[in-house]
Design a protein around this ligand. Sequence first.
Ligand code: IFM
Length: 720
Amino acid sequence: MWWISDYHHQPTQTVHYGNKYVIGNGIYGYRGTLDEARAEDQVGLNISNLYDGLPGKWRESVNAWNPFYTEVYVQGISLNISTQSPTNHHQKLSLKHGLHQRRTTYRINDKDITIESERFISMHAKNTMALRYTITASDTLDVEIKTGIDTLIWELNGPHFKEFEHLSANGIGITGSTQECKHQVTLLTKTTLDDTQVVKDDSIFGETKTIHLTKNESFHFTKIIILDVNKPLEQTQETLTNQFDKGYNALRKDHQHAWNALWAISDILIEGDDDAQHALRYSIYHLMILTPDKDKSIPARGLSGQVYKGAIFWDTEIFMLPFFLHTNPRAAKALIDYRIKTLPGAQAKAKHYGFEGAFYAWESHENGQDVCSDFNITDVFTNRDVRTYFKDKQIHISGDIVYAMWHYVNHTNDTSILLNGGADVIFEVARFYLSYLKYDFTTDVYEALDVVGPDEYHERVNNNAFTNKLIAYVFEIALKVASHLKTQSPTTYTKLNEHRKIDTILETITRVHTKLKAPTKTKSQVIEQFDGYFALEDTRVDVLKTRLVHPQEYWGTSHGVAYPTQIIKQADVVTMLSLFSSDYSTDIKQANYDYYHPRTEHGSSLSASMYGLLACDINRQDDAYDYFMKSASIDLTGKSKQFAGNTYIGGTHPAASGGAYMLALYGFAGLKTSNGTLSVQPRLPKHIKSMQFKLHYQEALYTVTITHNDTQIKKESTHE
Ligand code: IFM
């Protein structure tokens, strides 16, 4: 239950396994490729929240050089899984302790040679990584070991290090600065191999040694790796010496302790369904390896590479934040602080488009700059870049951030965040929406025209129901926050008011709020996704599929097959009903679930969990279970889109992992928090006997146990 493993390795699976077996600690992530893999296998040591851009190319997160590279040769033959067929192979990952292991046996000239390795990125000492490598032969044999740093990196829009320096004073190292921002990245490694020769070939800088193996006796070595950004070289060298002296086993122990502490709060026990238990633990693992550092956030593809430019989307606030709120409030605060820190970027974006306030980046980098391209898709037929409007029209992003911030405040009771920039974010987002809305004199309503909702296949629509709901919500929160500040922290309010003219914003909100365009509803309570949606061709996803000419063609934009139809990419109205569940009746939920469910492609990994949540709400446990499994196992099965048009979008899907977690807690357990109280309303799928989990809520830690006919909420401790 705590391991994932595979016993075969086909070259076609290299990329999938790279995602499936990724390890990380929130700062660094290393793809689950094998030790001997090279850049073409999409090896990646991804650095979180460190970005670089080259003229004419998309800005993206930076991959460091590969310090785990290790290859073994027997009589000149490389024991490389991509060129040599093994007689036995096993790759596995401990979800409990973030340990990646492989064991591969080759038969060469009638002798069996087995290589084994284990690697981890320390959860305890965040700049430390380690490798243990073992070789065993069935007979006496000479083998050559080559290990070092591979400087040839898998990059989508690099090279990000133009020049770098080789260091060989105490082990093997590389230091270099990124091209755009000149961040100094230093990677130092030291192995327990002695009497080695330095090797510096095309891209490997390392060491080599020939060893004589005796029959059935194993040869081991370990490698300690330190990766630092913007630290003096001497400091990194000192860390390497200290960690090397500590040794692999001690580092491993510290790493395991850190994982144990995380699991002690984060695990969810499911009785009666091993597959669900396994997939949920796998999802939680993926969230844990992304635990953010102070005022940092989590990219949409986690730390599995540079896809989506390593940028931060609404995925983090809406789909991942709940996990951290419940299990690690400090990490949740980091996510909120990231948005506070990047407010200037959001203000600059609003100004750029002629609005006021804060229009957050659709794809956010370190300063809140929007790195989303105006041309996100390359058309498969013409190979031309297609204009998309995610960046300029997906205005719900600002409201998503307010939604997250308010949940953080209610969940943790940490109102200090409002005083430390949070209130400013909320008022600035409100100001943005006020400047965005258009007043229609004829109807006396305010409208959000020309937007893109979560369903990206229908761009530039008017009054997307989800977006309008969020705008109304932001206005309500702004009013609440203002009255909170006025009573609890009048000086903060006065200062903010002087600086931002909050009183005027509030007056305008009071005037506009009740006149916001409400969505059209059919007689049977189906909410129209946007103005004119019901007039589009009504068809089904499988019918649309028959119209495709190319398997990778993009369904959206005005040329796409979905555009003139009611087929949508992902949950949209359903997302609104799931996020604002208590505002809608069961009848509305049922009607909309039934209507939108056959019209949704689920072309985004964000879709299934929102449907699953709504399915739980209307007691469709079987559907909910299917959506849960789809969300929780997306990176286990690898069944996800790899291309949007010609643009590569592969990698891990932490929003789906977060969605699975939400489905377990808010869906199956029916967890609700309001005004300082916790309640559950179990809606377990029939075959699941019980669920148990811990969660932080306000000042305490609780254990919740549910079965089909019993619930227990036990307060474990109160925070200091
Ligand atoms: O944020 C999502 C968006 O909703 C759909 N396209 C992919 C993005 C990143 O996951």
